[in-house]
Design a protein around this ligand. Sequence first.
Ligand code: OOG
Ligand code: MG
Length: 262
Amino acid sequence: MKLDQTTIEKLAEHLENCELNAQDTPKITDDHPDMDWEDAYRIQNEIKRRKLARGNRIIGLKAGLTSWAKMKQMGVTTPIYGFLSDTFALADGAQCKISELIHPKVEPEIVFVTKAVLKGPGCHIADVLAATDFVMAGIEVIDSRYRDFKFDLKSVVADNCSSSRFVLGSVARSLDGLDLRTLGVVMEKNGQIVSLGAGAAVLGHPAIAIAMLANHLGQYGEEIPAGSMILSGGITEAISVASGDAIHLRMQGLGSTSLRFI
Ligand code: OOG
Ligand code: MG
């Protein structure tokens, strides 16, 4: 813990204003090079507190940078964790307004919904499989508040891991007879395939991302409550979108979901 509470609150206000006003900013570690991991999550928590105070609801959690494709794209090696506000949720097939965003990108994600509490430390893939109610297909729209999407891990954690919008499909499947490692993923932009992958791209099995999230929260005495919706992280590298683009995601056995950017 290197930053005082006033600085944490100032940085959270700044980053959230950048989100709400679609304005970019240099990464915060430029001015606060001593900031540590705890500070980064304190800033993210303060952004969460601001949203709750405004009447927003927290409706899910996410893991990010859980695939090699994403780690390579962003030049980092550690997963990160964030939260999803109700203001991020879009309906399947909805229009996503580019004017509310800075430089959005889309990524295909396997989404977990749980039916039992997951608590670390020591949370394991088997715990996650046992606690999974069903999985769904999801597209996450990420929109780093940092100029040109350039950041280090602490800056991006403080910025709630670039969270901005997401959409879920309408097929919910239990894990019975579903092998998430070999589950195929095809994402199209304007009818052309832009991403191809399989679930194993996320840490060998996307349930591992959920276990890591539980273990991360366990450090702070927190848990993943039953009934949580969790994005397990982009399977392929994120794809830039512009006004007019239509994104369509198909996931094997999980149907499809789409977004249109206007
Ligand atoms: C950070 C957010 C990463 C994912 O699924 O990997 C993320 C970023 O790449 O801006 O959501
Ligand atoms: Mg993501």
